[in-house]
Design a protein around this ligand. Structure first.
Ligand SMILES: NC(=O)c1ccc[n+]([C@@H]2O[C@H](COP(=O)([O-])OP(=O)(O)OC[C@H]3O[C@@H](n4cnc5c(N)ncnc54)[C@H](OP(=O)(O)O)[C@@H]3O)[C@@H](O)[C@H]2O)c1
Length: 240
């Protein structure tokens, strides 16, 4: 049976990944920072035996090592690096609300560092920590949940930390994709579209159901020939 691990599985797109994969014959390792507060995920796990919940702060290397020790030799077929933040500042931010810490003239380097940590460095370190498990799969797939806002071709102003963190994630994805393809491991970036979640806000274009159904289709069809590609939830290949 396929085993997959999702980061940031307690809400938003991560929770919807778990909800939709729970209908399939797969084992889901749903990770989140605070399992005891993950009510919606706990409720889902209570009615689906194929979900187990694990603690993972994706920005804490010790938390990653602890998780991998817990998982032992479980072969991992799909890793979905979904956890992400829009701002390094506390508060509610959505694309419709300007974040002064990411606006030229009032930049906050500490907040920028935090975004880079969570959105760029953490997914690569989580991947590195999971490699022994991914190597036990016959056809492992690594998915980085990126963003259209990381697209250099379409780069707009504002949200400089978030946008550069996703552009850098795509670059890092290409780097490790090139290393891992020799082992038959497929690595891609996916853009979910603009989706109604805490991060996307209420004015977004897509429901989580539509975005995740699309991304699940893309993931199902991936082969090592696709490695290093930036796909949309709609299956199209997007520019960097
Ligand atoms: N929604 C959109 O329109 C959109 C568009 C493009 C890309 N994306 C990307 O899609 C992914 C999911 O976004 P979303 O819309 O679902 O956002 P969301 O509703 O804000 O959820 C973010 C998730 O990431 C988790 N997270 C944040 N920092 C973490 C850390 N250090 N360790 C573990 N988990 C952490 C959060 O956990 P807590 O509850 O513990 O904070 C939460 O589960 C992100 O990578 C985002 O950049 C979203």
């Amino acid at each position: 049976m396929t085993t997959l691990l999702v980061t940031g599985a307690n809400r938003g797109l991560g929770l919807e990944f778990v909800r939709q994969y729970a209908q399939d014959p797969v084992t889901i390792l749903a990770t989140c920072r605070t399992p005891e507060k993950a009510d919606a995920l706990q409720a889902l796990a209570a009615t689906h035996k194929n979900i187990t919940i694990h603690r993972l702060d994706a920005a804490d290397p010790e938390s990653m090592r602890h998780l991998v020790r817990q998982l032992g030799k479980t072969p991992l077929d799909i890793l979905i690096n979904n956890a992400g933040i829009l701002s390094g500042r506390d508060g509610v931010f959505t694309p419709s609300v300007a974040d002064p810490s990411q606006t030229l003239g009032s930049l906050d380097s500490k907040a920028w560092e935090k975004v880079l940590w969570v959105n760029t460095i953490a997914p690569i370190l989580v991947t590195e920590a999971c490699l022994p498990l991914l190597r036990q799969s016959k056809a492992a797939k690594i998915v980085m949940i990126s963003s259209g806002w990381g697209c250099i071709t379409d780069m707009d102003s504002g949200y400089i930390a978030y946008r550069t963190s996703k552009a850098a994630l795509n670059a890092a994805m290409r780097n490790i994709a090139d290393t891992l393809k020799q082992e038959g491991i497929t690595t891609v970036s996916l853009r979910p579209g603009w989706v109604i979640t805490d991060m996307g806000g209420p004015n977004a274009d897509l429901t989580p159901q539509t975005s995740i159904a699309g991304m699940k289709n893309v993931i199902a069809g991936l082969t090592v020939k696709d490695t290093g590609t930036f796909f949309g939830y709609d299956g199209k290949i997007y520019p960097w």
